[in-house]
Design a protein around this ligand. Structure first.
Ligand code: SIN
Length: 497
């Protein structure tokens, strides 16, 4: 078997993975960075909204309060505060590296002030990632997919990887998971095709804890094919109307179109059901093509002209607030395993992520996790891969339809139970595939496994909070708690523990 070795193996080449790799390289570590898709890969280049940085010392407190308000009692306040306190250092560094941030910040939903810094209009994630990739010294191995972690005596020691040249063992002193989210579990999503929750499953199978998977943020304004119409458009004056032409958001929230994302998503869903459709009118935005080139191009690709007509929009699965539980340094609790970015649940986002906090989290936690990993490198003997879940990818359309129906913007116990029974009946197999051609079976296996865990959590959470809305339990419960799955145990854990 072909074998490579590294101090730090980074899985995923989005903002968290690349920034983490840069931090480790700067310390002289041998870093191996794998990307399952060609660069620029992951969800980062799809991010239109920018990076939320507190404007100054005084704004730090306001940014924190906005984050806490959006997260509905589930944000780990100490983690959030420490990330925001570190933010200016990263902005300074990125500016010194020449990243082309717009000087004027933008306002997005849930933010009390304009503090979101964009790059290239709505091409923020792409330009940020390109800027980071340009500074990497080591290569990124594209088309390399980790099918399993190597584990020895409870310590993670690398990964079993499928590559275009066949299977490969990577032995490493530590692993940083930065594999992104699970949006492809849903029929309509703003996420790229690779968002199949791989890292969450790898970590869980190795013994790490998955937290709060039921909290999936639905972006309120996606075009019919799932392409995003950035919230920044509403920040710049775009208006939502129902099929009767009525502006409805002020009826739902005093912040109107800029209410927190869960509020807008539910309102768009309800108005769509009640009137037959919802439209976003971008025509009030001055210099639309210059400000939002991606939005305009995506709309035109669907035969729509945002300069002349309102765009049909609906909610789409956008961001996983839950993921692999980590401490504030990105440590998963499993020796040798660290996680950062959307794959992780660091405690910043709670029940509903504040817009544009995630690229910031990717930067801060990507660096912290990589540096923490370097403090405890070990190369245990006898590390072996674990079997991976595999499923016929032909079953994915049905799985996604079930998830959209049962675990979408509005959920009910009965629907969740039915979907769970169906998912439990899926013919999930176990094995270690030997070739990259198995990628669709592996990704489908990951999604099926995560569907089961997500549905179990959504059923157990008999309340509505943030992005998780249960019609049969429409209010938040008296206590705020996380849900954590480790092995076969699923338990409620108070916030702050
Ligand atoms: C957007 O541009 O609306 C997305 C920003 C985000 O999800 O943080």
């Amino acid at each position: 078997m072909r074998t490579l070795t590294a101090d730090l193996l980074v899985l995923g080449a989005g903002v968290a993975g690349v920034y983490g790799a840069l931090a480790a390289e700067a310390r002289g570590a041998r870093v191996l960075l794998l990307s399952k898709d060609p660069l620029p890969s992951g969800s980062t280049p799809w991010a239109q909204g920018g990076v939320a940085f507190p404007l100054d010392e005084a704004d730090l407190e306001a940014h924190l309060q906005d984050t806490l308000r959006a997260g509905r009692g589930l944000v780990e306040e100490g983690v959030a505060r420490s990330i925001l306190e570190e933010a200016p250092r990263h902005l300074e560094r990125l500016l010194a590296w020449g990243l082309p941030f717009h000087p004027e910040p933008t306002r997005e939903g849930g933010h009390s002030r304009p503090r979101v810094r964009h790059l290239g209009g709505d091409r923020s994630g792409l330009l940020l990632l390109q800027g980071l990739l340009a500074r990497l010294r080591g290569p990124v191995l594209e088309g390399h997919l980790a099918a399993s972690l190597l584990v020895a005596g409870g310590r993670v020691a690398g990964a079993y990887v499928l590559s275009p040249e066949g299977p490969l063992w990577v032995r490493s002193g530590a692993v940083l998971l930065a594999t992104g989210g699970l949006g492809r579990l849903f029929p309509v999503t703003t996420n790229p095709p690779g968002a199949t929750g791989d890292g969450m499953v790898l970590a869980w199978r190795a013994g790490a804890t998955l937290r709060d998977l039921e909290f999936v943020q639905f972006h309120p304004t996606a075009l019919p094919d799932g392409s995003l119409v950035s919230e920044a458009c509403r920040g710049e004056g775009a208006v939502l109307r129902n099929a009767r032409g009525e502006r409805f958001m002020p009826r739902y929230d005093p912040q109107g179109e800029l209410a927190p994302r869960d509020v807008v998503a539910r309102a768009v869903f309800a108005e769509g059901q009640a009137t037959g459709g919802v439209y976003l009118d971008l025509r009030p935005i001055p210099r639309l093509e210059e400000r939002f080139p991606s939005v305009v191009a995506q709309a035109r690709a669907l035969g729509l002209d945002p300069l002349r007509e309102p765009l049909p929009v609906a909610p789409a699965a956008h961001y996983a607030m839950g993921g692999v539980r980590t401490d504030p340094r990105g440590f998963t609790g499993l020796p040798g395993l660290f996680a950062a970015g959307e794959v992780a649940s660091s405690g910043l986002h709670g029940a509903n992520r504040l817009a544009s906090n995630s690229l910031l989290e990717g930067l801060v936690l990507g660096e912290r996790a990589a540096l923490a990993a370097l403090e405890d490198l070990a190369f245990p003997l006898g590390a072996e891969p674990l079997p991976a879940p595999l499923l016929d990818p032909g079953l994915l359309p049905a799985l996604r339809a079930r998830m959209g129906e049962a675990a979408g913007v509005v959920r009910r116990g009965e629907g969740l139970r039915e979907a769970l029974a169906w998912v439990q009946g899926l013919p999930l197999e176990e094995g270690l595939p030997g070739a990259l051609e198995a990628r669709p079976r592996l990704e489908a296996g990951h999604l099926a496994l995560l569907a089961r865990l997500l549905l179990e959590m959504a059923l157990l959470r008999e309340e509505s909070r943030g992005a998780h809305f249960r019609q049969d339990f429409p209010q938040p419960g008296p206590e705020a708690y996380h849900l954590e799955a480790q092995g076969t145990s699923l338990r409620k854990v108070p916030v702050g523990v």
